[in-house]
Structure formats: C-alpha cells, structure tokens
Design a protein around this ligand. Structure first.
Ligand code: SAH
Length: 267
C-alpha cells in the first residue's frame, strides 16, 4: 500500500494583551488561549504569574525592557512564523494592549507575508490601569475632550507635535517617559503647556507595589528624581488631573506631618 505523505497542518498565532500586571485584569479569552497554547512567547512586562495559566505550554521569554539586553524583533517574528508552520497554537503575550507601543504592526506584517492565520486579543493598557489606580477620569468633562496615548520614545526622526498637543485640551498619557523626563519637560514647555499643569506618574500600575508621584510640568524632573521614580511608569498630564493631584499632595503633606509628629513624640 502506498503511504500518503501528510503535510503538517499550519497552526495559528494569537497576539494577546496581558494587561498591566494584575493577573485578574487578563480577559477570559486570553486565559482560555493560554490554557490551550502549545507555545507562549512572553514579554517581560507581561508579568510571570500568568504562566501559571499555561503549565502545558513551552515558554519562550522575549523580553525587551528599555535599557536591558533585548530580543531582536526579527528573531521574534521568525519564531512566530516557524512555530505556526510547525502546526502549533502560538500565543504571543504582550504587556498591556497589543496595539499600543508593542511593534505589533511588524508582527502582523510578518505573519501576513508568511500566510499565517492570526487573531488579536486586546488587553488593558497601562494608561487605563493608571487612571484606575488614581481613581481619576482621563476625560474630566470640564477639562479634557479626549486622551492622547503618546510615547516619549519617538521613533527615530519622527517628530511628536507637542505644540498641537499642548493646545489640544487632551489628557496626555505618556509611555516610556521616565528616562526621557527632561526632554519631555522641555518639549512640553516649548510646546506651550503651562508650567503648573499637573503631572501624575503612576509606577507599576495595577501591581502590589503601585505608587504615584504628583508633580507639575515645571517640576517633574526634580520630583521624579527625588522620589526615585522607576520604569515601568506612565505619566498622566493635564488639567483633568488637577483635582486628584491636589488631593494626593494633601495626603502626602498629612502623612509627612504625622510622621514628624511621631518622631517628635518618640524624641
Ligand atoms: N503595550 C503596553 C505598552 C508597552 S510600552 C500597554 O498597552 O500598556 C512600555 C511602557 O508601558 C513602559 O515604559 C511604561 O510606560 C508602560 N507600562 C507598562 N506596564 C506598566 C505598569 N504596570 N504601570 C505603569 N506603566 C506601565
């Protein structure tokens, strides 16, 4: 009897948003896909506790955190294609949402070029987790008509229209801004944003160790250094944050006064 050579069935790639860190912010769909995956490619921002949802899968860490040794983008794209061609169900897990600052378009193009079927599953982006952390509305109806998600890490040569943004009455949610706070501050001031415009940085939004640092455009560089603000953090900038910034500053002063009183009573 002649044996029939079977060509392996091509697999599928799922580009999945892992949310900002709190595992409970993962969508049900993301959790199901993780439980069914053969291979999971994971970003370091995606948080390692999600791996408890896919004990059956082969895990490939493809981290790219700013400043650290990173996995080349081309390697990730080739791996996605290779695994899918081998017939695997592949989950590409990205921190936050897939479509924001995650080089998703390059991965879509690589998969399309290779004729691989793929799906995108959205996730909670860090900016929205920061707003939740602050219990603040990004579109406070008296102050902001909308929101702009911006990276302070502009693609080489690409100009961010800071002047237009400064005049736009949009709340600015800035990603990857910690290391570039000084140039961001200069651009905002040159763009015409008032120095006393509130800036609230939210570090590790949605995680156990989340914290916020209140400042203004004029003082943000100094304040971030004083408070040792670290990545990952998003900066939420605009008048919509004023009420919350005033409350947070009041709480900080109260905490400092209480601490001083305790020290005084111990002495
Ligand atoms: N796709 C991601 C963004 C990736 S860019 C998303 O939608 O959230 C990486 C940047 O995201 C970091 O430099 C930081 O600015 C922000 N970020 C990611 N996770 C964060 C978190 N838990 N808290 C605050 N900022 C975070």
């Amino acid at each position: 009897m002649k044996s029939v050579q079977q060509t392996p069935k091509t697999g599928k790639v799922y580009l999945v948003g892992a949310g900002p860190g709190d595992i409970e912010l993962l969508t049900l769909k993301a959790a199901r896909l993780l439980a069914e995956a053969d291979v999971v490619l994971i970003d370091d921002l995606a948080g390692s506790d999600v791996l408890s949802l896919c004990p059956q899968a082969r895990i490939v860490h493809v981290g790219k955190r700013g400043g650290c040794k990173s996995t080349p983008q081309l390697f990730i794209e080739k791996l996605l294609v290779r695994e899918a061609l081998a017939g695997h169900k592949v989950v590409r897990l990205k921190g936050g949402d897939v479509s924001l600052f995650g080089r998703a378009s390059e991965e879509f193009a690589a998969l399309e070029d290779a004729g691989i079927a793929f799906e995108v599953v959205p996730g909670v982006t860090a900016g929205l987790a920061a707003a939740a952390e602050l219990k603040a509305s990004l579109t406070h109806r008296e102050h902001a008509h909308g929101v702009a998600f911006i990276t302070a890490h502009g693609a080489e040569g690409a100009e961010i229209p800071w002047q237009a943004l400064a005049q736009s009455a949009l709340t600015l949610v800035v990603y990857m801004g910690v290391a570039r706070a000084a140039s961001l501050q200069a651009s905002l001031l040159v763009g015409g944003l008032r120095g006393d415009t509130p800036v609230i940085a939210v570090e590790n939004a949605s995680r156990q160790d989340a914290r916020s640092v209140c400042s203004t455009v004029a003082t943000m560089v100094k304040d971030f250094a004083l408070q040792s603000l670290k990545s990952p953090a998003v900066l939420v900038i605009g008048e919509a944050m004023r009420e919350r910034a005033v409350q947070l500053a009041g709480q900080a002063t109260e905490a400092a006064l209480n601490a001083n009183t305790k020290i005084a009573s111990v002495a």
